[in-house]
Ligand binder design. Sequence first.
Ligand code: ADP
Ligand code: MG
Ligand code: MG
Length: 867
Amino acid sequence: KKWVYLFREGDASMRDLLGGKGAGVAEMTRTGVPVPPGFTITTEACNAYYESDKQFPEGMWDQVLVALKEVEQQTGKTFGDPNNPLLVSVRSGAKFSMPGMMDTVLNLGLNQSTREGLAKLTENPRFAADAYRRFIQLFGKIVLGVEGNRFEHLMDEAKGHGERLDTDLSAEELLAIAEQFKQVIKEDVGVEFPEDPLDQLRAAIGAVFSSWNGRRAVDYRRINKIADNLGTAVNVQSMVFGNMGDDSATGVAFTRSPSTGEAEIFGEYLVNAQGEDVVAGVRTPQPIAQLKETMPAVYDQFHTIAKQLEAHYKDVQDVEFTIERGKLWMLQTRNGKRTAAAALKIAVDLVREGVIDKATAVQRIEPHTLDQLLHPMIDPAARATATVLTTGLPASPGAASGTAVFDPDEAEHMAADGHKVILIRVETAPEDFHGMVAAQAILTARGGMTSHAAVVARGMGKPCVAGAGDLRVSYADQSVSVGEQKIAKGDWVTLDGSTGEVFVGKMPTVEPELSGDFAEFIAWADEFRTIGVRANADIPRDAKVARAFGAEGIGLCRTEHMFFEGDRIDAVREMILADTLEDRRAALAKIEPLQQGDFEGLFREMAGLPVTIRTLDPPLHEFLPHEDHEIEALAAKLGVEFAKVKSRVENLREANPMLGFRGCRLGIIYPEITEMQANAIFKAAVAVKAEGIEVHPEVMIPLVGNITELKIQEELVRKVAAEVFAAAGVELPYLVGTMIELPRAALTADEIAQTAEFFSFGTNDLTQTTLGLSRDDAGRFLPSYVEKKLMPDDPFQSIDQRGVGQLVQIGTERGRSTRPNLKVGVCGEHGGDPASVEFFYRAGLNYVSCSPYRVPIARLAAAQAAL
Ligand code: ADP
Ligand code: MG
Ligand code: MG
């Protein structure tokens, strides 16, 4: 079996086998870009390694030795030869890039004698010592498992705690540090540092394989929903050196701005540096524009290659490069991660430049990332009076407030307790990932636009301000200060990741506007979309937002949400507490005009579009006060005795209200409630129609399990409609339908469709009733279920396709077997979840309905489903 591929044997199509990095260097090699020679050990080898109890698969090592010979020939250097040593990097690279999540060892092949040889050969003992020091540090940490800050502490000491830079250290000092490092290794893990380069290589390959199951990698895969069984490839590549002096450098760049999408090369580099120095914030890097001044020829070549790679991949590339004594080498290329704002601009620009077509552009953007564009901004009015603590780099856009925390574990705990926190660090490292996930936003004192904090935050769509150099962070004191100003743990701060500003205190935010590129892009999506997108909206204000986001109607209006507006609740409570039909009618008469007013508002906003109104659904108990003092106040208001109200409240308490007296059951026992609501709906329709506005009411009966229930309610609704129309002397089109949210309803959909003119799957309740899983109580265990991968996803967020989804399919098929043109939609959280939208499209639904802010996401998801 072939476990090892030379770079020149691979290409971009081999990502599964060679990983993203391996396929990238292979493709660059193939197209003539200067890449240091090397080879890739396949992801299959990694999986075989795990299957055989962490042994290299049969034949792999021999193939490595053969490939190494080949690389020796290509470079003219020999592995382990003191006269002209070949050094290599051992780099991980999974199919999906996991930035900073896996580990890389540089300068492998160095030992006492090859280091001396290298010093002699390059006539640069300082460089050889620096490479040696780095190798021992990386190998010690990554392969031998020594706590990384044991080394960093010694480095910091040698640099006089910030008095000197790493570049100020002499060869002798670096060698002394290297010896200290070896001592640390011996103390901590009890092994001598391996001198034999082949031993080093074998161990490093094993360590990269093992890093696939390290905590950071596992966390990253969980958050990003990447399968655990893909494995990582290992790239062994001849080293090129950016740390050979002032004519050498290392850097990273994007072919366009990953924050804004602006079509300019965007990047940073560090002179006389190696590997992770740029992103780790060891020194503050220089912008790539500087390279144009200092090494114009190299810059030109770099610019040409960057553009060539972008054209080749037809997408923005994120590249790593190193300059060794004036010669440029490319070390990595991949499609660049970007903010949603950048993704949008880039997709639109690439279409305008003729590089990609609209369909490709529409498929380029993950629907849920549009959320970032709907991110809040700091209210401009509040900004005027705000106290700016400091300004750093605008590393990831959006604004957020939270209380300061300085420790990732603490951030995780606080967030779990429902607190909004801002994680503040000197700089972040991959091991801080879980804290970044928990935080609203991230603030660092050190590091550039491509620092770990910046890259990870952008990926998550969280605001981040990086490299705020004035900040003095004290972990010991759990505080951060700028001059006299001090922020202690628990104090509120606000970050603006679009400007880099850091504010003291909590600030109000406002929603952004959606026009320009966004409007154009989402209109392209609509060209491909074949199912409708409606919004769940209860009040005219939400309906207005929904229309602005492109909703094509209201899929669910929960009438009861208006019951809590102002003092309407009093009339509702009066209705609930009424003893006699007469009293109940009196109370309902107070509610009716209020509801009519609401519906008129909705019909006006939705002029000409369908509006689905659901009759009363929740258990009545939800509307009553529960504390004695509240009950007392209510009794006084209604002029009834406290005891009477109290006993009525207790009477209405149910052991299992979600399966209790709710939904159509209310309207069946108290028909006057449905009657009042139907009156409000049709009177509103007549009134708005009289203003010259088209209205399309759709009355929806909830929680039907049996056709008999629906029939009773339907007859009542139709009777009221006829009365209202007769009184007004008009006739308006309307529909009566039902929610399908009980398994029995889905299974008997053929019967139900005899009466129902439309179905709307209430997938929240349908999930609850199908899985026997209480939405309100699942929080105790559901997260662990998802974490343990017992379920692929929270079934309340992304539909359980196999189970609940099957009921959706069955219900749709059976319903249409009776009524072929039955209109079928879905309301509930799933309507705005891209994976669920894709499923509903396949199930043949006519539309999805979701919260107004998710409408653009659903539009894009629906377009992608159809493509
Ligand atoms: P990551 O996936 O974390 O970016 P990489 O394998 O890309 O890890 O390597 C980390 C750093 O080491 C990068 O900055 C890269 O440019 C540098 N590097 C890797 N291999 C070499 C090499 N052969 N010569 C010089 N620098 C290298
Ligand atoms: Mg890296
Ligand atoms: Mg890299």
